[in-house]
Write a protein that binds this ligand. Structure first.
Ligand code: NAD
Length: 484
C-alpha cells in the first residue's frame, strides 16, 4: 500500500485543487485485504457543491461558452492524449480502491481516451435542421446545450463514467461537475490536473468527492440543467425524484441489470461457454451487463452445464491479488459489497441447487468463488434481483418462445446475449428481447459507436454514439416571418 500522502484527495474546482469547506473526509479501503488506503478524501458539502456549480456556470457564460466547436474538440482531443500518456500511473488507483486487476484496468484506460477522442470529433459537427418554408416562415431548429450538467458514477469503472458523461456534454458545449463513487474516487482525481493541461478554461470540468449526500446536492441543485447518473435502481429513483422536486432538470439513468444469456441447441458451444463465463465473472461480476441469468436449450443442456461448471471451477484459479499482472479476476469492491453478495448466495442455497462455488475464496480480502445455481424458483431472490457478484442462475428451456418469455420476465432490460448459428433466429430473437443492447454470439462489450442504455427499470436515456451527445442538447426552434 502506498502512503496516503501520495494520493490526491482534494476537490478540483476552477482548474485548481482546493480544500473542501465542509472540513469532512471519508476513507478508502483496499478490497484485496481491507487495509486503509487513505482516510483523507475530502467531502464536498453544500458550499463546495455550490462553488463547483458556480465555477461551471461562469465557464459556460464565459470562456468555454465563447469557444468554437473546433476549439472545444481540440481540448477534448488533447485531454484524451494526456490520459493516454498517464494511463499506467492512473490505472493502479482503481486497483487499490475497487480491486480491478491491473491487467483489466490497463485494458479499460484506452477506452477512456477513445471516448474523449470520439466526442472530440462531434464538437464541431452538431448542426440543426431547416424545415420547409412554404408557409411563409423560415425555420431553424438548433441544438443548444443545457449550461451546467452533472454526472454521478458507480464505483466499478469510474473513469469510463467520467468519459461517457463529460465528453459528450462538453462536445455539446456544456460545462460539467462530476462526482465519482465514494468507493473509487482516486483515479478521477489523478486525471484532474490534465484538464488544465489540455487547455479547458477554469470551471469547465469540476471534480468533487462525496457519498450520496453530495450526490443528492447535485440532483437537487437549481443551477444544474441536466444530470446523468450511473448506479443502482433505488438511487436512480431518488435522483429522478430530487430533479422533479427541484428544477425539473433533465435526468438520464444508467441503472442495474439482470441480463439473460440464451443459448440454443445450434450454438457454437465452445464460444457460448467462453463468452458466458466471461460475461458472468468479468470485473468479478460487478458489471451492470453481467449475464446473471443463463438459459440453455434442452438438447445441449447436460453437456453445456457440465462444461460451464468446469469453466467456473477453472476461473477460480485466476482469482487473486489484483495488483499482480497475471490476475484476471479480483476481489469484490468493498466489504459491504462482499457481505451483500455472500448473503444473497446463502439465500440462494435455500432457493436453488448450488452447482459450484457458493463460498468465500481464501480467508482475507473480499474474494468470492465463481458460483452457479441451477433451476431457481421463479421468485427466488438470486433469480430476480441483481447480485453484482460472480454468480449466475441456469435454467433450461424447450422452445424459442419459452426462452424469450423467461428472458423477458424481469424488471430490468439492460443487455441480453443470444447464441445460435441461425441468422434468422438471431434476428427474430434479438427483436423480441426487451433489452437496450442485444449481442449475438458474444458477451456484451461496450462500443463507442452504439447507443447504450436500458429498457424498463434499467434506465432512461442513452450513452455513446451520436445518441450520447444528443442527450446533452436541447432543441430550440426559431421561426422567422419572411413577409415582414
Ligand atoms: P449506488 O446507486 O449505490 O451509487 C452510485 C452513485 O450514486 C455513487 O456515486 C453514490 O455516492 C451516489 N448516490 C448515492 N445516493 C445518492 C443520492 N440519494 N443522490 C445522488 N447520488 C447518490 O450504486 P453502486 O453501488 O455505486 O453501483 C452499483 C449499481 O450500479 C448496480 O446496480 C449496477 O448495475 C449499476 N451500474 C449500472 C451501469 C449502467 O451503465 N447501466 C454501470 C455500472 C453500474
Amino acid at each position: 500500500m502506498a502512503a496516503a500522502k501520495n494520493y490526491e484527495t482534494r476537490l478540483f474546482i476552477n482548474n485548481e485543487f482546493v480544500d473542501a469547506k465542509s472540513g469532512q473526509t471519508f476513507s478508502v479501503y483496499d478490497p484485496a485485504d481491507d487495509s486503509l488506503v487513505t482516510d483523507k478524501v475530502q467531502i464536498a458539502g453544500e458550499a463546495d457543491v455550490d462553488a463547483a456549480v458556480d465555477a461551471a456556470h461562469a465557464a459556460y457564460k464565459g470562456a468555454w461558452g465563447a469557444m468554437t466547436g473546433a476549439a472545444r474538440g481540440a481540448c477534448l482531443m488533447k485531454f484524451a492524449e494526456l490520459v493516454e500518456q498517464k494511463a499506467a500511473e492512473v490505472a493502479p488507483l482503481e486497483t487499490v480502491s475497487m480491486g480491478v486487476p491491473v491487467a483489466i484496468g490497463g485494458m479499460l484506460m484506452p477506452m477512456v481516451s477513445a471516448i474523449f477522442k470520439y466526442y472530440a470529433g462531434w464538437a464541431d459537427k452538431i448542426s440543426g435542421e431547416a424545415p420547409p418554408t412554404d408557409d411563409g416562415t423560415y425555420k431553424i431548429m438548433r441544438y443548444e446545450p443545457f449550461g451546467v450538467c452533472a454526472g454521478i458514477g458507480a464505483w466499478n469503472a469510474t473513469l469510463l463514467y467520467l468519459a461517457a458523461k463529460a465528453a459528450p456534454a462538453l462536445a455539446a458545449g456544456n460545462t460539467f461537475v462530476f462526482k465519482a463513487s465514494e468507493l473509487a474516487p482516486l483515479a478521477v482525481l489523478a486525471v484532474a490536473p490534465l484538464i488544465k493541461e489540455a487547455g479547458f478554461p477554469p470551471g469547465t470540468i469540476n471534480i468533487i468527492n462525496g457519498d450520496g449526500k453530495t450526490g443528492a446536492l447535485l440532483a437537487s441543485h437549481m443551477k444544474i440543467g441536466m444530470i446523468s447518473f450511473t448506479g443502482s435502481v433505488p438511487t436512480g429513483r431518488k435522483i429522478q425524484d430530487a430533479a422533479n422536486k427541484s428544477n425539473m432538470k433533465k435526468v438520464t439513468l444508467e441503472l442495474g441489470g439482470k441480463s439473460p444469456s440464451v443459448i440454443f441447441d445450434d450454438a457454437d458451444i465452445e464460444n457460448a461457454l467462453a463468452q458466458t463465463a466471461q460475461s458472468v465473472i468479468m470485473l468479478t461480476g460487478q458489471a451492470c451487463t453481467a449475464a446473471s441469468r443463463t438459459y440453455v436449450q434442452e438438447g445441449i443442456a447436460d453437456k453445456f452445464i457440465a462444461a460451464l461448471k468446469d469453466r467456473f471451477a477453472g476461473m477460480s484459479a485466476a482469482i487473486g491479488d489484483p495488483k499482480q499482472p497475471t490476475t484476471m479476476f479480483g476481489p469484490l469492491a468493498s466489504k459491504g459489497q462482499f457481505n451483500r453478495v455472500m448473503a444473497m448466495i446463502e439465500s440462494g442455497k435455500k432457493e436453488a441447487t448450488l452447482l459450484t462455488g457458493g463460498t468465500r475464496k481464501g480467508d482475507t480480502g473480499n474474494y468470492v468463488e465463481p458460483t452457479i445455481f441451477l433451476n431457481p424458483a421463479k421468485d427466488a431472490q438470486i433469480y430476480k434481483e441483481e447480485i453484482f457478484g460472480p454468480v449466475t442462475a441456469v435454467k433450461t428451456f424447450k422452445t424459442e418462445e419459452e426462452a424469450i418469455e423467461m428472458a423477458n420476465d424481469t424488471q430490468y432490460g439492460l443487455a441480453a446475449c443470444v447464441y445460435t448459428s441461425s441468422v434468422s433466429r438471431a434476428l427474430r430473437v434479438s427483436s423480441k428481447l426487451e433489452a437496450g443492447t442485444v449481442t449475438v454470439n458474444q458477451a456484451f462489450m461496450p462500443s463507442i459507436y452504439t447507443a447504450f442504455g436500458g429498457y424498463k427499470q434499467s434506465g432512461s436515456g442513452r450513452e455513446m454514439g451520436g445518441h450520447g451527445v444528443l442527450e446533452y442538447l436541447q432543441m430550440k426552434s426559431v421561426i422567422i416571418n419572411m413577409a415582414v
